[in-house]
Design a protein around this ligand. Sequence first.
Ligand code: DUC
Ligand code: ZN
Ligand code: ZN
Ligand code: ZN
Length: 491
Amino acid sequence: AVYDLVVLNGLVVTEEKTGEFDIAVADGKISKVVPRGQLSEDNAKRFIDAEGGLVMPGGIDTHVHLDEPPLYGKGSTADNYETGTRSAIAGGTTTLIAFAPQQKSQPSLLACLEATHIRARSNCYSDYSFHLICSNAGPTAISEFAALREAGISSLKIYMTYEALQLNDSEILDVLFEARKQKIVTMIHAENGALIDWTIKKLEERELFAPKYHATSHPPVAEVEATYRAISLSSFIDTPILIVHVSSPSAAKHISDAQKKGLPIYAETCPQYLFLTRRDLDKPGFEGAKCVCSPPPREGKDDQEGIWRAIEDGTFTVLSSDHCPFLYDNVETGKKSVISPEYPIGHFKYIPNGIAGVETRLALTLSANRISPEKFVKVTSTNPAKLYGLYPKKGAFIPGESDADITVWYPTGMKEFRLKNEMLHHNVDYTPYEGHVMKQWPRYTILRGEVVWDKDHGGIVGKKGYGQFVKRGVSTLAGSRSDQEWNVEDF
Ligand code: DUC
Ligand code: ZN
Ligand code: ZN
Ligand code: ZN
């Protein structure tokens, strides 16, 4: 046999087109993509019959929190590199970019990168990289941006809120100025931290503590104001940014206006803003805590519609999960977890911000049947690869260049089912999508030519440690509009 693997009879989807093609894989790479009928099972050591199902470049999730200390409220994240990447492959994601967090007490980003490498190394089922979270933008950190690029890191994340992480505008300018020089993409969590803190205080004075007040304390205006400010700071320095987890259509409108002016402003949204609403925070008892994230799910259908439309019209470059779950009840130890109603009247402000989603991102979105398969591939795989310097190794089927990372879906007409947390492979005792009707699920996930997820024959069949760190280059989406050195007098 000439090939290691052939995937036959699929409906192959790329960001550009869908068609009846067969794929041949050799040495972990895409070797050939040819019209159906030109390859047979005799050409390879192993073959997969897609039976007419969709065949796509493996999912790339560029917003995943694994093995992080308490930064977003009480408690450490529930998933580590082992459980988070296991969950990823079961959901069709072959590469994820997690965060290497810097705390304010740590001046060196390189030291944080090294510490995160140790947590991930030999533990991963999927391929992975890191974005550095910069929460101390002092001279040490700024002086290390060039070395980060050498180490294969071409993106940073900064925060405009959270006490443990927040940068002020002057620190943000320091980061953007150096990021421009080093061709680093800066991700920005855009919410007005002072407005949120002030609103929490006002709610506390009235003893309004239930989970639903988390949404009240993170209103759309906090997001809209900070988004506009982030766009303004970025356009002043002329450097690309990505606004993470956009939840409000009015924030998306500012982003789209900036894009129409030709500014390198990119944006991300997440399934929670398509499938959850504020009502999910207002369930009986303390259940609403299971849907607390920041920004929170918004008011209702109109907001969800606005976000879908902004995916369709290209305002959103990527659809990531923002997977950042915390344990609800720890049944093993019997101890109450970090998400607990035990605090004085179960105060919303102690609920750590973040929900699970790395495994459900692709299936939920595809099941909704709301965007074209090409657009789906673009925002869940190809654009993430381009934006963060992984393309064309990842996110595409380019013979000789792309890794053989492939997600094979069930043929249409698979039996619908209701999602249950026990079906998932994360280390979390709930999913915010419990009971959702699913019309699709990945049947096979293939990473560098190896089947790592086979839903009907063994489930997780990949090995822990097979996942590799991927060094990233510069973004291949548009960057600064001028290659000239930036000067204050120019503005
Ligand atoms: N939002 C979340 O919901 N979780 C992690 C961090 C964040 O910004
Ligand atoms: Zn964030
Ligand atoms: Zn996040
Ligand atoms: Zn629901």
